[in-house]
Design a protein around this ligand. Sequence first.
Ligand code: PHE
Length: 426
Amino acid sequence: MHQQREHFGSRFAVIMALAGSAVGLGNIWRFPYMVGRHGGGAFIIVYIVCSLLVSLPVFFAEGILGKSTRLNTLGAIKKVAPKWRWAGYMGILAAFVITSYYSVVGGWSLDYFIRSVSGGFKGLSMEASAGIFSRMTSSAWETLVSFFGFLLLSAMVVAAGVEKGIGRFSKLMMPLLFFMIVLIVVKSLSLPGAKQGMDYLLKPDFSKLDGPAIAAALGQSFFSLSLGVGCVLTYSSYMKSDGKIFQTGLWTALFDTIFALMAGFAIMPAVFSVEGLEPSAGPSLVYETLPVIFSQMGVLVPVIFFLAVLIAAFTSSISMYEVVVAWLVDEKKMPRPRAVLLVFVAAAALGTVCALVPAVFNACDFSTSNIFMTLGALIFVIIVGWCMPSHIARDTFDGKAWPVVHFLIKWIAPVAIAAIAVTNLL
Ligand code: PHE
């Protein structure tokens, strides 16, 4: 069975696929806002420390589990630590739930990309822009069409297979995405609000660094690196045996962090270039404010920006999709096309409810990013640090940094995650 398992064609493909999973909506609309709110440069420092000491060890633990077992999330856990198998089900369920609601937002980016290509943002005023967004989200028909379109595109890439679909697509799209965001940053930095935007992002304000800010930094870092639901585990199970977990993790985290900062540099100057506009969170910023400002900068700017948002969301969405498909293929012995179809039908059903009932959407978002991902991450480090024979973990990791990484996986990461989970509950 192991010989037949699919794999990525090269190390580059693995890194691009994992970077694709990591770089997503979390970088574009969550990171810049959180940085500004929790103390600018001070938050960035905490974010980087959390990523190095906690998130990267979780990434390595998932990588070790996937690469050593060559199995999906549930199969890997069952093999190494059968008593934690419920956590495998939890990860797959979480990946499924995220696929469903994330594709609703992905659908908005598809809608906005098409709108920008067809010149729909020309001469847009703030009121008109707010109107477009609220009409889109309140029109069941429009929301559902773009949601189904987005989900169908994801299904097609996943159905094409690990290397031919996910690998090839990521190798092509990630460099393009990077190039596009650089263009937008250059354009944005020429705006009158550039200085204020940069100050908002970078000026360190250590007085804002309280417990919740640190918990937010860790939570954001988990979400951004796609940890705790088995994405990294599943992709690593498709690494060839010469794949390097350490380098893959460092590159992915570096790419992800740079992209998040660049998204901030692209967005904040634009926001501050308009008098009286507050850098608010989430959808309203990306979908109401930016179309107005970017459309004043030429026809191409909104097209490039929304294509970037679309690609970023898309490569993340296929990674969650693959977590569920890998489980059906490995454990239920389903042919890939049938597994893809089944997930499509189920995600279409849950996504439809998310698209139509905001409370369900919020519940899906909250439970996955605040509970399932944190718990999943904790269990992955416990399994690798405490249940897996350490020589297997060491040989799979296959790098000089192992003693340090092992210590972080075994002690620092679990204690830090548990401490933050408790702080969040209080
Ligand atoms: N990392 C993605 C983002 O930043 C989100 C994601 C979460 C992807 C969990 C896969 C799994 O948007």
